[in-house]
Structure formats: C-alpha cells, structure tokens
Design a binder for this molecule. Sequence first.
Ligand code: IMP
Length: 192
Amino acid sequence: MEFRRLVIASKNQHKIVEMLDVLASIGLDVELVDDVEWPDVEETESTLERNALLKAREVRAATGFAVVADDTGLEVEALDGAPGVFSARFAGSGATYEGNVDKLLRVMNGVDNRAARFRTVMVLIDDHGEELVVEGIMEGSITTERRGSNGFGYDPVFEVGDRTFAEMETREKNEISHRAKALRALADALQR
Ligand code: IMP
C-alpha cells in the first residue's frame, strides 16, 4: 500500500481525530486532505463490508485521493445479527438514537441470550487503487435498561464486563472499541 495524502470519508470530527491518532502512534506520517468535498454517499448495500467499500470507492472517485472509510453495526446474537447493517435506522428511516434503543429493548424483552457485538469494517484505498479491508469486533451484551450518559447510539445498553459503554470515560471506550480495533488492524496491515 502506498499513499501520501489521505481523505477520511467521515463528517464526524471525533472519528477523524481518533484515526489520525492511531496512525501517528505507529509512526505513519499521513497528511490529511481536509479541503475537498464529496457528495453524501447513501449506505444502501446489504453488508457492512459492501457499504464501507461503496463509500471508499465513491469518495476516492470524487476526490482522486487515497481514502479510508468505515461502517459499523451492532450484531445481536438472539436477533440473528440484527440490526447489523441497519443499526442507524433500526426503528425506521429517520430514526433517532433514542428510538433505536427503545426498539432494541422492546424486541429483547424477555430474551435470555443477551450476547451482542459491535463490528466495524474499515476500507483503505491507496494512491494506486489497491484496496485493503479490515474489521474490528467488540464483544458484549445488551442490558435490560439504559445505564450511563456518555457516548452515543447504543452505548447506554451495550455492556462490557459490568459497565455499559455509556458508563465509561470516552478515552477508555475509544481504547477498547470496535473502531479502535479496526484501526489497529489497519495500522498492523500497513506496517507489514
Ligand atoms: P456508523 O457506521 O459509524 O455510522 O454507525 C452506524 C450506527 O451504528 C450508528 O448510527 C449507531 O447507531 C451505531 N454505532 C456505531 N458505532 C457505535 C458506538 O461506538 N456506540 C454505539 N453505537 C454505535
């Protein structure tokens, strides 16, 4: 893989900072391209992998730069992996974090098997168009009610050990999260 300047296909400043942090920590000197625009990419595919690839390819086509893109889903065992790729709109199009969590608690009401995982798929396309796909998984379980006020999305009902993600400090969550693991997998692959 070879790239010098990199577009991070996200409008989420927090994700961008997190990504640059990990890349810098392995001594990868990347220059961020932050003065280009790209059209919103609708995540219409049926898997996290395809969505991440779609986003990476479209942003690369629009900007001409090397790019990294990701897609994340919550996969609940008792729901055969749902909401998965539909995590952002579990409660319907235009769903809020609140609505999605309400629906999850409702459909999990009375279900014994609470096992779940967050899975992030990350795609890097380099200057030559070469594609690298990695993933990061965080295993946990779904609580029966919300706990904690940090984080976002499903954090208040996703428990690791005896705390939910929303009960952890941001820094702590970001060190162990699915996204952090995907980033480290990306960094490992780049170092090899
Ligand atoms: P995205 O791929 O990062 O946009 O994530 C898709 C959806 O998954 C979000 O709308 C959230 O509902 C959920 N999600 C992703 N990452 C997290 C996380 O770290 N904590 C809680 N929910 C998350």
